[in-house]
Design a protein around this ligand. Structure first.
Ligand SMILES: Nc1ncnc2c1ncn2[C@@H]1O[C@H](COP(=O)(O)OP(=O)(O)O)[C@@H](O)[C@H]1O
Ligand SMILES: [Mg+2]
Length: 350
């Protein structure tokens, strides 16, 4: 509404200024003309209703000047309104034809609302283009992540059918591991898909988070200990509102990351409630990350430089953690840990 009002006001002001200009020209010009005629050539002033030649000339000139003024104003106004609109229309057509790089242009003196329209249009086009790039990236990344385990499975199974590999329990265990990896990848993709479409439903309940975290830690501790990690817990027994299954899933992803990416040493899981926020934090003692990298790593398929080898994960772990935190209307974040490495934290309102 304010936009329409602003544009209307500018139109009214421009037209009013033009009308006043023409009226003043006519009035003041006539005064000046008749003053001059009376002083120098009183005979050329007509006595009746028919204008004298000089008066007729004067009327014609005034009409011409008024016309020029009106045309200039109209052209100026239309340039400031119609040109940006045409540019938007043209870009809209190109976008509809699939060219998402089309952008509308505007002069600096475009009227406020048309300039705003062009800006809004351009930021919409920007978002569309970004989404299209994102989708292409996702498709490529998913195909890439699926290809490796499927290639391994096919090679092994083919080897077994042709008698190259003995079908031993160890072979089958290897195959099973690949299938489990695929299953996890699919489950992670499903969760991220649900979150993106706003369908990630939580089963919220009042849960004793200390007990939940304790159970996960206990189950995972042997693996950590075997790899040289010393896990300590700092938990606050208090009932908080959350989906305990999802929180356990996020915690497990963080513990797996520590196992995979952190240097063996001290590790700590902390859980506390401060004000309205519940915090769950997993800390390790090295090598840590820099803050810029850390922010990027919460996006899907983003991995650290050191973790791009063939044995690395899919790069979905932290994206899943973030999705779970956001589904709780909270946030997952990274900070340097006092233990010397990373502190990955989830916080959400209770
Ligand atoms: N505890 C950690 N210490 C150092 N780097 C980490 C840690 N956790 C995660 N990272 C970095 O974050 C990246 C993204 O993690 P994640 O999304 O779980 O993907 P993935 O574990 O499959 O590589 C990892 O590739 C790794 O570089
Ligand atoms: Mg991971």
């Amino acid at each position: 509404m304010t936009a329409a009002y602003g544009l209307r006001r500018q139109l009214v002001v421009s037209l009013a200024v033009m009308a006043i200009g023409i009226a003043l020209l006519f009035l003041l010009g006539s005064y000046a003309l008749f003053a001059l005629l009376m002083a120098f050539s009183p005979s050329s002033i007509s006595d009746d209703l028919t204008p004298s030649p000089i008066e007729a000339m004067w009327m014609l000139c005034t009409v011409l000047v008024a016309l020029v003024l009106a045309v200039v104003t109209a052209v100026k106004l239309s340039r400031r309104i119609v040109v940006p609109l045409n540019s938007v229309a043209e870009s809209l057509r190109r976008i509809a034809e699939g060219d998402l790089s089309a952008r509308a242009t505007t002069d600096d003196d475009s009227l406020g609302e048309t300039a705003q329209l062009v800006r809004d249009f351009n930021s919409m086009a920007e978002r569309l283009q970004h989404m299209a790039q994102q989708r292409a990236f996702w498709n490529a990344a998913i195909a890439h992540e699926l290809r490796t385990p499927v290639t391994i499975l096919r090679g092994r199974l083919q080897g077994m059918t042709e008698g190259v590999f003995e079908p031993t329990p160890t072979q089958f265990q290897g195959l099973l591991k690949n299938v489990e990896g695929l299953g996890r990848l699919i489950e992670d993709l499903r969760l991220l898909g649900l979150k993106d479409s706003g369908h990630l439903e939580l089963h919220l309940e009042l849960a004793d988070l200390a007990a939940e975290v304790g159970a996960v830690a206990q189950a995972f501790e042997p693996q950590l200990r075997a790899a040289g990690f010393a896990l300590t817990l700092d938990l606050n027994p208090q009932e908080v509102l959350c989906d305990p299954v999802r929180i356990r899933q996020a915690l497990l992803a963080l513990l797996e990351n520590a196992l995979r990416h952190a240097t063996p040493g001290a590790m700590r899981i902390r859980h506390w409630v401060e004000g309205e926020m519940c915090h769950l934090c997993v800390e390790d003692s090295g090598p840590g990350l820099n803050a810029d990298d850390a922010a990027r790593l919460f996006d899907a398929f983003q991995r650290g430089e050191a973790s791009r080898g063939p044995s690395s994960g899919s790069g979905l772990g932290l994206a899943v953690v973030q999705a779970i935190a956001q589904a709780h209307e909270g946030q997952a974040s990274w900070a340097p840990s006092r233990l010397g490495g990373s502190a990955f934290a989830l916080q959400w309102p209770v």
